[in-house]
Design a protein. Sequence first.
Length: 154
Amino acid sequence: MQIQRVNRTDAEKVYIVVKNVSGATITTGMGACLVGAAAAEIVSTDGISAVAVSDAKMNQFAGIAVEDIADNGYGRVQAWGICNSVLLSAEADKTVAPVAAGTSFLKAGAGTGSFTSTQTAEALSTMCYKYVQCLTTANISGGLPYCKAFVRAL
């Protein structure tokens, strides 16, 4: 675990190291989840093996990749603090914005490792209060846009 030193001019951030076992690269901005959320993964639970985020694994959410992590490679994910690059899924006519709880809390998107809006604040308890909260407005119609967000995976 890497914890940024207290600094008046920069927001605090916490990083952890994970091993990508997803079978594909986890790229910068993608969410990562520790394995062990599914019954078949329990034997692989070691506290470091991770796969790209999906809705079924949000309770195992570890953070946002801050660098590309090759398959079977190790890399850092941001587990807490303001993250400058969170991958949003490409969906038709949808805007992610910090103006209301329904569009500011993100959930796993359709694309591997991506996020989308419409997560209700009330549903956060099912994810053990691990969340990504959008801090900028982004139109996710087509393409693969990114947003700035607050990450809480600890």
